[in-house]
Design a protein around this ligand. Structure first.
Ligand SMILES: [Zn+2]
Length: 286
């Protein structure tokens, strides 16, 4: 691990707006690290997947905890980083890494994919993490949500039943954080909104139903609670799948704000969402 990736700041939030927020403490990677990862985009999807794998490994997610799931019909696999918690229940954090050739695909969606290792590090540093977090970089989103559909279909019913929430990130950094409320669970949106207020970070609801769907779709179909975070407005939609989708389109301070908000949000969800009993407690309770 390089010294740069170790550089992080501890952020302590003391507020009284919501009881659960009374003392939310979480670790943030530095802006420098988050931006370096954003700058490491590659022009083809195989190289993007390899770059992400290297980032996860240098973040500490490696060995049996980092899985390349071969996806039927796709050249690139889904990349899954598992961060085990004390409970059996899971929270999926997803972002697709593939892109269309019209632009560099930095906005859509290296902004989401390259944030996964930094979110992993924020959670990894949480001392009493309960849920198991699954950080999934999906392949083949632009070919019709192929990677996320395959991922869902690869899960047996007990695995599906363990998922408490799916947080989907697609197209960040074009401006302040947006939530696609019409495709998100109202309770998850309320929690994100409360946190944004508490942290004094911007968040608005912008529904972009005219751009289609993202990787939350097959989770929604399985009745899993999802929330999709983006940064699009009706004005910036034309950047998608165009030569304007490049690094220069990113507003770096907005992008880092989105990372701060999501890092806190995952810690909040870990505290707020119900978990199963840890397996050993279940068996002794018999
Ligand atoms: Zn996308």
């Amino acid at each position: 691990m390089s010294t740069k990736t170790l550089r992080s700041v501890v952020f302590t939030l003391l507020v009284t707006i919501l009881p659960v927020l009374a003392q939310l403490r979480f670790v943030l990677m530095s802006r420098e690290v988050v931006e370096q990862r954003l700058q490491s985009y590659k022009g083809n999807d195989s190289r993007r997947e390899a770059a992400l794998k290297t980032m996860f490994e240098s973040s500490g997610c490696r060995g049996n905890n980092l899985v390349e799931q071969v996806v039927k019909g796709l050249k690139q696999p889904n990349l899954i980083c598992v961060l085990t918690g004390s409970a059996d229940s899971t929270i999926v954090v997803g972002a697709h890494f593939d892109h269309v050739d019209a632009g560099d695909g930095v906005v859509d969606n290296w902004t989401g994919a390259s944030m996964l290792p930094s979110l992993y590090q924020s959670l990894e540093n949480q001392p009493q993490r309960r849920h198991t977090f699954l950080f999934v970089a999906f392949s083949g989103e632009e070919q019709g949500l192929v990677g996320s559909q395959f991922y869902i279909e690869s899960l047996a019913s007990p695995e599906l039943a363990k998922i408490r929430a799916m947080v989907n990130m697609d197209t960040l950094g074009l401006g302040p954080t947006e939530v696609w409320a019409s495709r998100s669970d109202p309770g998850l949106v309320r929690a994100l909104n409360g946190l944004a207020h508490a942290l004094n970070l911007p968040l608005t609801g912008v529904n972009v139903d005219n751009v289609g769907k993202s990787d939350e779709e097959f989770f929604v179909q399985r009745k899993i609670r999802t929330i999709t975070v983006h940064s699009l407005t009706q004005e910036t939609i034309p950047i998608l799948h165009s030569p304007k989708d490049n690094y220069a389109a990113i507003h770096l301070s907005d992008y880092y704000d989105t990372y701060r908000l999501l890092a806190g949000y995952l810690v909040l969800l870990d505290e707020k969402l119900a978990t199963d009993e840890p397996p050993q407690e279940k068996s002794t309770a018999q």
